[in-house]
Design a protein around this ligand. Structure first.
Ligand SMILES: NC(=O)N[C@@H](CC(=O)O)C(=O)O
Ligand SMILES: [Zn+2]
Ligand SMILES: [Zn+2]
Length: 429
């Protein structure tokens, strides 16, 4: 197969040859009359995005998402590799738990990694026996699934991960610094009528910075590679960098703030919570300046029915895997971010940090995980148009640039209208 006349993020206009699922040449590629030709029409060709933080909910919560619906949503948003988190039922904290998830993951249309989690009753021996992507997300405070652990168990987990040579992804919030008084009294009605700003006051910014600092220090002492999940504050990002850890930011912490909670209500409840507009801007600046390693979505779908409850009863989390690249490209079109930066934070850097040499780049020898974008055709984001099972988005009405098509290892998984019959593979096997 030959992709003709594609513009890369660095501005080069090239042809790309794809053979047996791999990129074999980039540049002026000799024409071959026998092969399939895809005309890129001068549009932007990006390496498939790698989202190292999704919750595809299977096994256990198939009413929220499945590997099939989650991976379709990802593909339609230009994501070709995802990493799933352990707060499913059973939890991915034992070899058996891993196997149960691996069986479901065979329904994925895109490539994937499976993280192993830590709970007091985990079984590190059998868990580390499996092809883990990373240890994580390790919850230092309770979130969906109530998998928060104590300090000594975290230290033990970091030591074991160091021994096994795998990174540790940490959900860093310190529950001792949560402000319980913020969630007392009248928190409004259900759904969009709830006072979700209380959630942001409750799970304080300080609780993140302190936990990040500790995670980096404990990881350093254990000799473990620490990656901080969903940093939501500039203080958290700076603490990660100072402590020698890498970090990710979610699209919702880049594009939404406490100012949006009036409208979002419980649909804007997530952990860590939305922050002030000033902190959101500071996060965006750090991303643009190369101080945040990657964007990862923390795609955490819950149904409308579940969100239509009081602030304390509605579960935490928002979907996002399909809108990550579209929103970032929308920002690039506005001049807020360079295209190379978008490429780096969604593909190149996650591949580097997590050791995926065949992924995240457009060059000979890499997997042909690719997406094509027409930057002249941004469109309005609407929950109804997206493919997650949950059926809603916190970015309703925002503008995004969606892919014309997406391929995984040379196979068309999304052609802009329908999904191909592609079998995703575990990137660690
Ligand atoms: N982020 C969230 O608010 N929720 C996530 C769990 C998590 O990542 O903390 C979920 O699984 O629903
Ligand atoms: Zn988390
Ligand atoms: Zn998460």
């Amino acid at each position: 197969m030959r992709i003709e006349n594609a513009t890369l993020a660095d501005g080069r206009v090239v042809d790309v040859r794809v053979e047996d699922g791999e990129i074999t040449a980039v540049g002026d590629v000799e024409g071959d009359t026998d092969e399939t030709v895809i005309d890129a029409d001068g549009n932007l060709l990006l390496p498939g995005a790698i989202d190292v933080h999704v919750h595809f909910r299977e096994p256990g919560f198939e009413h929220k998402e499945t590997w099939e619906t989650g991976s379709k949503s990802a593909a339609a948003g230009g994501v070709t590799t995802v990493v799933d988190q352990p707060n499913t039922t059973p939890t991915t904290t034992t070899g058996e738990g891993f196997d149960a998830k691996a069986e479901r993951a065979e329904h994925s249309l895109i490539d994937y990694g499976i993280n192993g989690g830590v709970t007091p009753d985990w079984d590190p021996e059998s868990l580390f026996d499996r092809p883990l992507f990373a240890l994580g997300e390790v919850f230092l405070a309770d979130s969906t699934g109530d998998m928060g652990i104590e300090a000594d168990l975290f230290a033990e987990a970091a030591a074991r991960a160091a021994e096994a040579g795998i990174p540790v992804t940490v959900h860093a919030e310190d529950a001792d610094l949560f402000d319980e008084s913020a969630i007392e009294g009248d928190l409004g009605g259900v759904g969009r009528d709830a006072n979700a700003d209380s959630w942001s006051a409750y799970r304080s910014a300080e609780a993140e910075a302190v936990a990040v600092e500790r995670a980096a220090r404990v990881g350093d002492e254990a000799g473990a590679q620490i990656h901080i999940a969903h940093t939501s504050t500039p203080e958290g990002v700076d603490a990660a960098r100072d402590g020698g850890a890498t970090c990710e930011v979610t699209p919702h912490h880049l594009f939404l703030s406490r100012d949006d909670l009036d409208e979002l209500g419980t649909y804007g409840r997530m952990n860590p919570p939305l922050r002030s507009e000033a902190r959101r801007e500071a996060m965006f600046e750090r991303l643009a300046a190369g101080k945040i390693d990657m964007v990862a979505t923390d795609h955490a779908p819950h149904t409308v029915e579940e969100k239509e409850q009081s602030l304390l009863d509605a579960p935490s989390g928002v979907p996002g895997v399909e809108t990550m690249v579209p929103l970032l490209l929308g920002a690039a079109v506005e001049g807020d971010l360079s295209l190379e930066r978008v490429r780096d934070v969604v593909a190149t850097n996650p591949a580097d940090v997590f050791g995926l040499p065949a992924k995240g780049k457009i060059e000979a020898g890499a997997d042909a995980d690719l997406s094509l974008y027409d930057l002249d055709s941004p469109r309005e984001i609407r929950g109804d148009d997206l493919h997650s099972k949950c059926g809603w988005t916190p970015f309703e009405g925002f503008t995004g640039v969606f892919p014309e098509w997406t391929m995984v290892r040379g196979e068309m998984v999304w052609d802009g209208e329908s999904f191909g019959d592609v079998a995703g593979e575990n990137v660690r096997e």
